[in-house]
Structure formats: structure tokens, C-alpha cells
Design a binder for this molecule. Structure first.
Ligand code: HEC
Ligand code: HEC
Ligand code: HEC
Ligand code: HEC
Ligand code: HEC
Ligand code: HEC
Ligand code: HEC
Ligand code: HEC
Length: 425
């Protein structure tokens, strides 16, 4: 072949390769699968267009000092909608105690719900009504640090106007001591932590910062940070339920990022924790008050119906009705109520044994001063609850093997221990 022709062919060949590569790249970064991502500026691009205002200074400097924060912020809807660092980190009225000078700018290092309320009034107010707020903190620490107004506002007074449970810190928190409590009780119950501006709660327990994403909060893993383990295994129960199995097998088909308020069975063919307890779903209104759809108080030694319990049951049923018939739901709920009654019955029997020993002066006064205290505690706090939670949320294994069966066995042990104590007396 003539050398010029060969050069021509090589040139055409290379041009074609380069051209196709350019087209592919253009596709990939504009209309292709990466298109949506490329529509957002890269971190470097975003930073290079910053104005000289204070929030821009935060980004510029923090991009070096902990780039993770800035990256998560740029991944959030907040960044896309122009919400800036200081929209959350600038002190609002009442936050003197939280304010510090930071490179010549007054900031709040730990924003509270008071820094969100300007833009998210409903969520903040509903959250405050829920037991995720002050009640969660009170449950561990008692009324210490609570004003009388707080106690009233957050429904922490009994019918005689006294703090619930005499306002005492929890006996197990005392048992394990302050260092262990700080690294356990107070981490989970920190969802309702007391803030220095008088507010309660930490939105970032579910909306992990700084992405503050709704998609992440709808996934069961978010709730499973706290709702797991021997005394409240809601996460394990969900994973073994038909709903959990469906979700885990089909997660990629769920439209997790659908804007709140528009969610339907098309986005979520099976429910997650959030769907049943919080989300706006179909025609059901959403709520940040996780008590609004509950009938029972399942956590105490004896489960009781809540004052607004029937309405709560209706609210939950309205969620189920998106996917099941009324008869099917009734059957499930009625079956669960029979299990709740069984757990209450066993706890009552155990309590009668313990009360008898106390009457005879055979048990020490200090809480958890005898092995019988532990046995009785586990009879309701672990085994009774597990059976109840299993029954209401479809976890058959928890109803029996971690629940009713264990309760039967523990009651026999309690009887034997009590008989021995009386014999040795
Ligand atoms: C010149 C660099 C620089 C600038 C500008 C800057 N920061 Fe910081 N920031 C830091 C460094 C370094 C730390 C960690 C050490 C420290 O606490 O000083 C920090 C810590 C923080 C903390 C945690 C403080 C604490 O007490 O735990 C917050 C919140 C924070 N910055 C927010 C902001 C906000 C909001 C802005 C913008 C108004 C901002 N920063 C501007 C460098 C900067
Ligand atoms: C939507 C509100 C919001 C925005 C916007 C926001 N933050 Fe935060 N930031 C928070 C909250 C809430 C916390 C957690 C406070 C806590 O739990 O104590 C926090 C914590 C921090 C911390 C300390 C904790 C840590 O993880 O080290 C730093 C530093 C920080 N933010 C910097 C920034 C910077 C820089 C920006 C802007 C790029 C920014 N924040 C934007 C709400 C926000
Ligand atoms: C200055 C107003 C403003 C402040 C302050 C603010 N936000 Fe937002 N937030 C917005 C806007 C705007 C959106 C986007 C709404 C949309 O696109 O539908 C949003 C969306 C959200 C979302 C939904 C994100 C998603 O993936 O759909 C969450 C969660 C959220 N904010 C939490 C918080 C929390 C927690 C705080 C306080 C620490 C806070 N926000 C403070 C304005 C604000
Ligand atoms: C950081 C820990 C934490 C996370 C995360 C968390 N919870 Fe909770 N939740 C608690 C604590 C603590 C309580 C008990 C508060 C009390 O009654 O004192 C609770 C109670 C509840 C209750 C019972 C409320 C009542 O009125 O009795 C429901 C329902 C609930 N959570 C659902 C959820 C769902 C759904 C999620 C996830 C979207 C979630 N929680 C995430 C800690 C958490
Ligand atoms: C892994 C997270 C986690 C830890 C650690 C934890 N809790 Fe809880 N706690 C919860 C959740 C979740 C609930 C809600 C259970 C439910 O409603 O089903 C709860 C419920 C409670 C309740 C009943 C709430 C009420 O208002 O009636 C008390 C009391 C309590 N916890 C005390 C403690 C104490 C004390 C400790 C430490 C010794 C502790 N918890 C450790 C997550 C936790
Ligand atoms: C127990 C976990 C949990 C806590 C705590 C929590 N959220 Fe949410 N949040 C969710 C879930 C789940 C959704 C999605 C609801 C849905 O699917 O309709 C959501 C949605 C939102 C949205 C989007 C609503 C919309 O209409 O776009 C905002 C804003 C928000 N939360 C703000 C907050 C604020 C502010 C706080 C603190 C006061 C907070 N959240 C505390 C779980 C939580
Ligand atoms: C199919 C809907 C559904 C799903 C999914 C679901 N729950 Fe539930 N949950 C219920 C029902 C129904 C009850 C009992 C309501 C009542 O009181 O009658 C309940 C009770 C609870 C309680 C007990 C509150 C108390 O009285 O102590 C907690 C806590 C809870 N769920 C958390 C979760 C968590 C966390 C997840 C996810 C791991 C989850 N739920 C998944 C329907 C659901
Ligand atoms: C978003 C749709 C959806 C919602 C809401 C929903 N479920 Fe389901 N449910 C499913 C799917 C999907 C399955 C698995 C397929 C099947 O067994 O029907 C299922 C299965 C079940 C099963 C097991 C059926 C079996 O034969 O093993 C029970 C029980 C159940 N759901 C009860 C409820 C209750 C009670 C509620 C409300 C508290 C509820 N579901 C809410 C979609 C839903």
C-alpha cells in the first residue's frame, strides 16, 4: 500500500476511535447513567464558585479540615436547595448557652430542633409530642434537669401531678453506673437528649448528618441502631417477617428517595418500619409522632391500652389497608392480642411470687440485690416484650422460642428459687 494512503487510514482510524470515545464520554456524563450525578458540580467545582460570605468560608476551610462533612453536605437536598452551613449553625434566640465564637463568626456547634423549626415546623412539633423526645431522656435519667413546665409539656406527670416513677433515674442505669450508661443508655436515649437551649431531641439520630436524607431514614437499618437486642428486637423481628423478607429481597426495586408526601405502594410494595410508623403513605398522613399509630403500651411489665388507643389502631389499620383487606388485618391483630394477654398473665404470676417473698422479708430492698430480681426482670423486660413485639409485627420465632417458651421456663425457675428461699429461711 502507498505510504500516504496508509497514513490516511491510520489517521481515519485514530479519529474514529477518539470520536467514538468522546461521544461515549459525553453520553456517560450527560444523558447516560451517570448523567444525574454529573448534573451536580464536583466538590472542587462547587467550592471554586463560592461567594465571600461566611457560609462559603465554612465550606472552604472545612473542605480541608474534615472533607467528609462538606462532601455529605453537597450530597444533601439542603445543598441543592441553597440551605447553607449558617442556616443551621447560626444561633437563634435562646441559644446563648450554645453559642461560641469560631473564626470570628458566632456559631452553634450542636444545632438542636430549634435550628430546624424555622423551615420544618410540623416535623419538629410532632417529634416533640412523641416519646422519641423528652420522654426517652427521662426514661433513663428521671426528672433531673427537667423543669415543672417541661414535665407538663412532655406528659411526664402522673394523674396526681407527680413525676412518673417518682422522677427517679432508672434502676438499671444506676446498676451499671454513669460510665457504662454514657456509652449505652444515653446513646440510644440521646434521641431525646436535653439541649442547653431548653429543647429536647436530636434529629440526626435518624437523619444522619450531613446528608439529612429521607431515603436513609426510611430504611430499617436506621431504626435498627436502637430497636434491636434482647429487650426490644423489633429489627430482628422485622427481618424474619414476610415484610422484611420482601424488602430485603427486593430493596433495589423500592423508590426510597420519593419525596415525602407522595409515597404509595408503587414506591414501596412492602412496608419498612417507617412506612407503618411514620410515613405519609397513600392517603394516610405522615407523622413524626411515632405513638400516633399505636394502640398498646407494649414496653411496660403489664401491657395496657393507651388512652387514645382505638384511634391509634385505626391509624395503623389505615396503613395496612393499602395492601391487605380488613378481615385479614383483623385476624392478624386479634391473634396478636391473645399473645399479649398470655404474656401479661405470666408476668402477673411471677409478680405474685416476688410480692410474696417481699412480704415475708426474704428479698433485699436494693433493686437488683438478689438473683430473683434479675429473673423477674427478664420475665417481662426481655421475654414478655419479645413475644408481644413478635406477635404484632409478624415474627413467629420471637413469639415462641424467644418469648412464650422462655417465659414458661423462667416462671418454673422463679417458683423453684422462691421455694428454696423459703426452705432455707
Ligand atoms: C479557617 C478554618 C475554619 C473556618 C473558616 C471555619 N471552621 Fe469550623 N472548624 C475548623 C477546625 C480546624 C475545627 C476543629 C477544631 C476546632 O474545634 O477549632 C472546626 C470545628 C467546627 C465545629 C465543631 C466545633 C465544636 O466545638 O465541636 C463546627 C460545628 C464548625 N467548625 C462549623 C463551622 C461553621 C458553621 C463555619 C462557618 C461559619 C466554620 N466552621 C468555619 C476550621 C474552620
Ligand atoms: C441542615 C442543618 C445543617 C447544615 C446545613 C449544616 N450542619 Fe453541621 N451540623 C448540623 C447538626 C444537627 C449537627 C450535629 C449536632 C450534634 O449532634 O451535636 C452538625 C454538626 C456539625 C459539626 C460537628 C460534628 C462533626 O460531625 O464533626 C461540624 C464541624 C459541622 N456540623 C460543620 C458544618 C459545615 C461546615 C456545614 C456547611 C458545609 C454544615 N455543618 C451544614 C446541622 C447542619
Ligand atoms: C433554611 C431552611 C432550612 C433549615 C434551617 C433546615 N432545613 Fe431541612 N430542608 C430545607 C429544604 C428547602 C429542604 C428540601 C425540601 C424539598 O426539596 O422538598 C429540606 C429537606 C430536609 C429533609 C428531607 C431530605 C430528603 O432527602 O428529602 C430533611 C430530613 C431535613 N430537611 C432535615 C432538617 C433538619 C434535621 C434540620 C435542622 C438540623 C433542617 N433540616 C434545617 C430547608 C431547611
Ligand atoms: C437513637 C435511637 C433510636 C432510633 C434511631 C429510633 N428509635 Fe424509636 N425509640 C427509641 C427509644 C429510646 C424509644 C423509647 C422512648 C420511651 O418510651 O421512653 C423509642 C420508641 C419508639 C416507638 C414507641 C413510641 C411510643 O409511643 O411508645 C416507636 C413506634 C419507635 N420508636 C419507632 C421507631 C422507628 C420507626 C424508627 C426509625 C425510623 C426509630 N424508632 C428510630 C430510640 C430510637
Ligand atoms: C440499643 C439502644 C438502647 C440502649 C443501649 C438502651 N435502650 Fe432503653 N430503650 C430503647 C428502645 C428502642 C426502647 C423502646 C422500646 C419499645 O417501646 O418497644 C427503650 C425503652 C426503654 C424504657 C421504657 C421507656 C418508657 O418511657 O416507658 C426504659 C425505662 C429504658 N429504655 C431504659 C434504659 C436504660 C436505663 C438503659 C441503660 C441501662 C437503656 N434503656 C439502654 C433503646 C435502648
Ligand atoms: C425516628 C426517626 C426520625 C427522627 C428522630 C426524625 N425524623 Fe424526620 N423523617 C423520618 C422519616 C422516616 C421520614 C420520611 C417520612 C416519609 O416517608 O413520609 C422523615 C422525613 C423528614 C422530613 C421530610 C419531610 C418532607 O415533607 O419532605 C423532614 C423535613 C424531617 N424529617 C425533619 C426532621 C426533623 C427536623 C427532626 C427533628 C426534630 C426529625 N426529622 C427527626 C424519621 C425521623
Ligand atoms: C407492618 C407494619 C409494621 C412494620 C413494618 C413495623 N411495625 Fe412496629 N408495630 C406495628 C404494629 C401493628 C405494632 C403494635 C401497635 C399497637 O400498639 O397496637 C407495632 C409496635 C411497635 C413498637 C412497640 C411500641 C410499644 O408499645 O412499646 C415499636 C417500638 C415498633 N413497633 C418499632 C418498629 C421498628 C423499629 C420496626 C422496623 C424494624 C417496625 N416497628 C416495623 C407495625 C409495624
Ligand atoms: C405496602 C404494602 C403492605 C403494607 C402497608 C402492609 N403489608 Fe403486610 N404484606 C405485604 C406483602 C408484600 C407481604 C408478603 C406477601 C404476602 O404474604 O402476602 C405481606 C405479608 C403480610 C403477612 C404475612 C402473610 C402470610 O401469609 O404469611 C401478614 C400477617 C401481614 N402482611 C400483615 C400486615 C399488617 C397487620 C399490616 C399493617 C400493620 C401490613 N401487613 C401492612 C405488604 C404490605
Amino acid at each position: 500500500m502507498h505510504s500516504t494512503t496508509r497514513r490516511m487510514l491510520v489517521f481515519v482510524g485514530i479519529s474514529t476511535i477518539v470520536g467514538v470515545a468522546l461521544l461515549l464520554a459525553a453520553y456517560r456524563f450527560t444523558i447516560g447513567p451517570r448523567g444525574a450525578v454529573a448534573a451536580f458540580p464536583s466538590l472542587a467545582q462547587a467550592v471554586s464558585t463560592l461567594s465571600p460570605d461566611a457560609s462559603s468560608q465554612c465550606v472552604r476551610c472545612h473542605q480541608d479540615k474534615g472533607p467528609g462533612i462538606v462532601q455529605q453536605y453537597y450530597d444533601s437536598k439542603h445543598a441543592g436547595r441553597g440551605v447553607q452551613c449558617l442556616d443551621c449553625h447560626a444561633p437563634v434566640s435562646g441559644q446563648q448557652a450554645l453559642t461560641e465564637q469560631h473564626y470570628q463568626v458566632a456559631i452553634v456547634a450542636s444545632p438542636t430542633p430549634n435550628n430546624c423549626i424555622r423551615c420544618h415546623k410540623d416535623e419538629v412539633n410532632q417529634f416533640a409530642e412523641s416519646r422519641h423526645s423528652a420522654r426517652a431522656w427521662f426514661a433513663v435519667n428521671g426528672s433531673q434537669g427537667f423543669s415543672q413546665d417541661d414535665l407538663k409539656k412532655y406528659h411526664l406527670l402522673d394523674s396526681a401531678g407527680k413525676p412518673l416513677n417518682s422522677g427517679k433515674p432508672n434502676a438499671v442505669a444506676n446498676l451499671i453506673g454513669p460510665d457504662a450508661s454514657a456509652a449505652s443508655c444515653q446513646v440510644c436515649h440521646g434521641i431525646g437528649r436535653k439541649n442547653a437551649d431548653g429543647s429536647f431531641g436530636d434529629c440526626t439520630k435518624c437523619h444522619l448528618r450531613h446528608s439529612f436524607s429521607v431515603a436513609q431514614s426510611r430504611q430499617p437499618e436506621t431504626c435498627a441502631q436502637c430497636h434491636l437486642g434482647p429487650d426490644h428486637p423489633q429489627s430482628e423481628i422485622y427481618n424474619e417477617s414476610a415484610h422484611g423478607a420482601y424488602y430485603l429481597a427486593n430493596k433495589d426495586k423500592f423508590n426510597l428517595d420519593a419525596p415525602a408526601g407522595t409515597l404509595t405502594v408503587k414506591d414501596f410494595p412492602a412496608p419498612t418500619c417507617a412506612t407503618c410508623h411514620m410515613s405519609a403513605f397513600g392517603s394516610v398522613k405522615g407523622t413524626h409522632d411515632v405513638g400516633q399509630r399505636l394502640k398498646w403500651n407494649l414496653a411496660p411489665a403489664i401491657a395496657t391500652v393507651r388512652p387514645e388507643g382505638e384511634q391509634g389502631r385505626q391509624n395503623m389499620t389505615d396503613v395496612c389497608l393499602n395492601c391487605h383487606t380488613q378481615d385479614f388485618i383483623n385476624k392478624q391483630m386479634n391473634g396478636a392480642e391473645k399473645v399479649i394477654a398470655l404474656t401479661n398473665d405470666t408476668v402477673n404470676k411471677g409478680q405474685a411470687i416476688v410480692d410474696d417473698l417481699k412480704r415475708l422479708g426474704l428479698l433485699p430492698d436494693t433493686p437488683f440485690g438478689s438473683s430473683i430480681d434479675f429473673t423477674m426482670f427478664e420475665l417481662w423486660h426481655h421475654e414478655g416484650r419479645r413475644a408481644r413485639f413478635g406477635a404484632v409485627m409478624g415474627g413467629a420465632d420471637y413469639v415462641n422460642w424467644h418469648g412464650i417458651y422462655e417465659q414458661k421456663k423462667t416462671l418454673i425457675e422463679l417458683q423453684a428459687d422462691a421455694a428454696e428461699l423459703k426452705r432455707n429461711h
